[in-house]
Design a protein around this ligand. Structure first.
Ligand SMILES: [Zn+2]
Length: 48
């Protein structure tokens, strides 16, 4: 999935900062997790 922002392309899917660009984080209710290294990134809740 890609999203156009101005004249640059931003990835919508989150990637693991430890494993690199090729590894995507699995989406859960309130977080993203990496199946390879276990990295967890919590979703922001700006809107309720
Ligand atoms: Zn990882």
């Amino acid at each position: 999935m890609y999203k156009i922002e101005g004249n640059s392309i931003t990835r919508v899917n989150h990637t693991c900062p430890k494993c690199g660009e090729g590894t995507f984080l699995a989406e859960h209710d309130n977080r993203y997790t990496c199946g390879r290294c276990g990295y967890t990134e919590f979703k922001r809740k700006d809107k309720n």
